[in-house]
Design a protein around this ligand. Structure first.
Ligand SMILES: *Cc1c(COP(=O)(O)O)cnc(C)c1O
Length: 391
């Protein structure tokens, strides 16, 4: 029987009130943050990007471990503020911010990562109406991309941030408007397992940031150079090596200290902090044979865990790590784990070697703590929502 968060999986399922459910382990999240901090130079601040897992209990847990919280909507901002985290340590990014969201950010005193000239003017209007200064960072679309990233969010045409070429004009405008300029924000990509690619990007980010800092309306107080630290999901993928990353960050800290003394260097991490601390559990409803192939039909699937199903067939599908949690030993066979939805895309494991399972058994999808429930189409086909627990 799998043990998770110090509990037997069958007892956990009973305590949660049945399947399907997500469970996250507080001790694993804490160990991850501790391991990262032990590896990285002390001067690097670690922020949690709530988008990866916005469950309030998880965010509360990370508020006590991270140096700051990064949000991308007024909804996430409310979750972050509810943890008691000081607004000084919360920043708000996103390519589309509604006027009401900007007004809420000004009122709360969180740092707004401005991503366009239009956002900047709207932010200034919100400040004027409220008679409050806004804390502003400028998000830059770097003129380079993160090599070998699972998802690129910088380099070339992007809806995120302002092109590096346009940044000097916007920095001047921030000065004219009299807003409280605090820093720069760069995010080049996500889900990267190559320390050398990440180090290269950090180097380029620092070069660009220091160049822009020279024309900024005030000294740099914070520099958020993104993150992109990945976790292994698929066979053959290796965990990210932290030592070379630490060396790279040490160099960047040195450069920052020389050019912008007193500026804090921040990493914003989502997936890296929570992905490995979560599991998704569903129950086998039926074992079915079709043309000699075994299908384990479960009470969970794509509608709860889009990422494990392969994102609506939009890219080459690979199996997430899946196990039969109540049969850790014994006979094994090739089987496919599917959900209850009427689509062939509702697949949690495609012809995978698993313990031989029966109705009632518990299917566990590992590495499910990030981009799980909140990133899934829960309304699709009208099945109930899964429970979520933090242990
Ligand atoms: C999504 C996002 C993150 C988190 O990315 P992970 O890959 O989960 O670490 C951080 N910063 C920004 C701006 C993002 O959009």
């Amino acid at each position: 029987m799998l043990l998770f968060g110090g509990m037997r999986l069958d007892r956990l399922a009973a305590r949660v009130g049945g399947t399907p459910f997500y469970a996250y382990d507080r001790a694993r999240i804490a160990a991850r943050v501790a391991q990262l901090r032990a590896a990285l130079p002390a001067g690097v601040q670690v922020h949690y990007a709530i988008k990866a897992n916005p469950m309030p209990a998880v965010v509360q847990c990370l508020a006590g471990l991270a140096d700051g919280l990064d949000v991308a909507s007024a909804g996430e901002m409310a979750v972050a503020l509810d943890t008691g985290m000081a607004p000084q340590q919360i920043s708000f990014a996103g390519p589309g911010k509604r006027a009401a969201e900007l007004a809420q950010a000004v009122a709360a005193g969180v740092l707004v990562s401005v991503e366009s000239g239009n956002q900047l003017e709207q932010l200034a209007q919100a400040c004027e109406r409220q008679g409050l200064p806004a804390r502003v960072a400028l998000r830059i679309n770097p003129d380079f991309a993160l090599r070998r990233a699972g998802m690129r969010m910088g380099g070339g045409a992007q809806p995120f941030g302002v092109d590096a070429q346009q940044a000097p004009a916007l920095l001047a405008r921030i000065g004219q408007l009299g807003l409280a300029f605090e820093g720069l924000h760069l995010f080049a990509g996500s889900q990267n397992l190559s320390a050398s690619a990440l180090a290269e990007t950090q180097e380029s980010c620092m070069t660009l940031a220091l160049r822009l800092a020279e024309v900024a309306p005030a000294p740099l107080r914070s520099l958020n150079i993104g993150g992109g630290l990945g976790v292994p999901y698929f066979p053959g993928e290796q965990p990210l090596a932290l030592a070379p990353l630490a060396d790279s960050l040490q160099r960047q800290l040195g450069r920052l200290a020389l050019a912008a003394p007193g500026a804090r260097l921040q990493l914003e991490l989502g997936r890296y902090l929570v992905a490995e601390a979560g599991i998704y559990v569903c129950r086998v409803l039926e074992r079915k044979l079709s043309h000699g192939q075994v299908f384990l039909i479960t009470d969970g699937g794509l509608h709860h865990h889009l990422a494990a199903s392969g994102n609506f067939g939009q890219r080459v599908r690979k199996n997430y790590p899946v196990i039969i949690g109540n049969r850790m030993h014994g006979e094994r066979e090739i089987a496919s784990v599917v959900g209850p939805l009427c689509t062939p895309l509702d697949l949690l494991a495609d012809q995978m070697m698993l313990a031989r399972a029966q109705a009632g058994d518990l299917v566990v999808v590992l590495q499910s703590g990030a981009y799980g429930l909140s990133a899934s189409p829960t309304a699709f086909l009208g099945h109930p929502l899964p429970a979520e627990v933090l242990l």
